[in-house]
Design a protein around this ligand. Structure first.
Ligand SMILES: [Zn+2]
Length: 286
């Protein structure tokens, strides 16, 4: 709830409220960028179901509270935990469901939490639904990179770009994700190229420190999810790579290593030496 209350203060939230007040909230929205996409989707889902006469979403009427608690029967997250990507059958079932009128709400809202999991086939089924589906159906697409959606879908949606959450700058967060991905699925040569790239980018020690801190945060989330915790900001595909490809002790070892090098970043040590040392020690773990 805390994170959502932070989201309500953003420009995007204001745009959603303004559109909802005019009855003009688009039935197909893309939340892109590094910000709180899941919060934005929950907020928009509330706006579709809210019954308040004044401010929509009010976040306190019964429908709003049900959406926030994840128990509104007409707000549906489209997921496929059995597969790496969302299987076409799941999308077809969802399409059939969309033609059944809402249970209790005004709208039927489908949430796609990570569009990088949608295949081209999935998207072609969705495209027709977004274009020609029933008027009560709404679609909320969360895509860090909007290019993971076909241009044909994007052209029928309103895209709202979310600014990155406080603290994490987008570049170091992209690099941190890339590093984590390479740890899970890359080769030693891929990782060496990544570190060479960092060195060539002539980052300041503070920037390297921020990158390592963010990578450590992502790995900590992955580790927590191995123990059953819900992962908050870790992109789904990355979470799967990390948790399926790495052992707990590899993740833990990497977290400790990153922590040590992160604290080295506060000393007056050359970035090249620091990155070289980290790269060599990481290879011992993988
Ligand atoms: Zn409400």
């Amino acid at each position: 709830m805390d994170q959502l209350s932070a989201f309500t203060k953003t420009n995007t939230a204001a745009r959603i409220r303004a559109a909802a007040a005019r009855g003009a909230l688009s039935h197909a929205l893309i939340f892109s960028g590094a910000g709180a996409r899941a919060d934005a989707a929950r907020y928009a889902a509330c706006a579709f179901e809210c019954t308040s006469d004044s401010r929509r979403p009010c976040l306190s009427c019964e429908p709003c509270r049900k959406v926030l608690a994840g128990i509104h029967p007409d707000v549906i997250s489209v997921r496929d935990p059995q597969h790496r990507e969302i299987a076409i059958d799941v999308v077809r079932d969802m399409r059939a469901d969309a033609f059944i009128r809402p249970n209790e709400g005004a709208r039927k809202v489908y949430v796609f939490e990570d569009c990088s999991l949608l295949t081209e086939k999935d998207q072609n089924v969705l495209l027709k639904l977004v274009e020609e589906g029933p008027a009560y159906a709404a679609f909320l697409f969360c895509a860090e990179n909007p290019a993971s959606l076909l241009q044909t879908i994007r052209s029928r949606c309103v895209e709202l770009k979310l600014a990155p959450a406080d603290g994490a700058d987008p570049e170091s967060s992209d690099r941190a994700q890339e590093l984590c991905r390479l740890l899970a699925v890359g080769s030693a040569a891929d990782r060496a190229a990544f570190f060479t790239g960092l060195e060539n980018a002539k980052l300041a020690r503070e920037e390297v420190g921020a990158l390592l801190a963010e990578a450590r945060r992502l790995l900590t989330e992955a580790l927590a999810s191995l123990y059953g915790a819900q992962s908050g900001t870790l992109p789904r595909a990355l979470a799967q790579d990390l948790t399926q490809r790495l052992t707990k002790s590899q993740i833990l070892g990497t977290i400790e290593l990153l922590q040590a090098y992160q604290s080295d970043c506060t000393y007056n040590v050359g970035v090249g030496i620091l990155l070289g040392g980290l790269a060599a020690q990481l290879e011992e773990l993988f």
